[in-house]
Design a protein around this ligand. Sequence first.
Ligand SMILES: Nc1ncnc2c1ncn2[C@@H]1O[C@H](COP(=O)(O)OP(=O)(O)O)[C@@H](O)[C@H]1O
Ligand SMILES: [Mg+2]
Length: 260
Amino acid sequence: MTPILTVQDLNVRIAGQQVVEDVSFDVAAHGVTALLGRNGVGKSSTLKGLLGLYERSGEVTFDGTRIDKLMTHRVVQQGIAYVPEDREVFSQLTVAENLRLAERGGAPQRALVDELFPELRQRANQQAGTLSGGQQQMVSLSRALMNDNQLILVDEPTKGLAPLIVGTVTEALKKAAEITPMLLVEQNLQVVRDLAHTVVVLSGGRVVHTGPADEFLDSDLVQRHLGVSSDGKAAEGLDEEPAEKADGPASSTEAKEDDT
Ligand SMILES: Nc1ncnc2c1ncn2[C@@H]1O[C@H](COP(=O)(O)OP(=O)(O)O)[C@@H](O)[C@H]1O
Ligand SMILES: [Mg+2]
């Protein structure tokens, strides 16, 4: 199947500093492709680069159309939704107002959102700022799911949520991904296991591994690239690359790691 998104040699700069370097990967036209990596490796910057929120170069093809020179609103109009890290709901506005603001014309799929998050309907007139983190995440996801998109970019949707809510959000993401393909940044490896068929792993702004999610999660590459064991327990902390590296690539798609 032709990928919905092809990223080739994406470079992203923030204030003149390169944070994403020659990143190439595909997002399948179905299900969830997960973008993984320790804190600060450039996952969010990759998403923002795709959206044109940060200065970028490289070739990005979405559904057959080059989008790497488009302004952000044009990228979104092509049918790419973005659920940002930290949710970014309008806290002074009600749930209903947040959703109304996100409507992009056409026929908003309110029924889908109501089915996924019945709780939001009951809270339509509640100020979004008074919602729990999980409920705010539901609002943020709803804004993306309501519109007729061909791809959804989701940045750390379960970050900081209570375990029970992580389950609710995971279920919603699963249903959403049955309708619209998704590129998901996620630190919770159980969520990655539940949702993703493919992983793209970043380290130091570069892609260091691409392959099937289950193979990756069951391998020692998790420890090597994420610094956690595959059950998600932190081994050396998420922030730093270990000084010594394991011998030899464990997979044919394992990229050469250049020390930076
Ligand atoms: N707004 C910003 N200003 C300056 N540096 C930034 C900004 N956002 C991200 N960075 C830097 O870019 C790098 C990649 O960050 P980010 O894409 O947020 O990583 P991740 O999402 O993988 O944790 C980090 O070194 C981070 O410090
Ligand atoms: Mg991030």
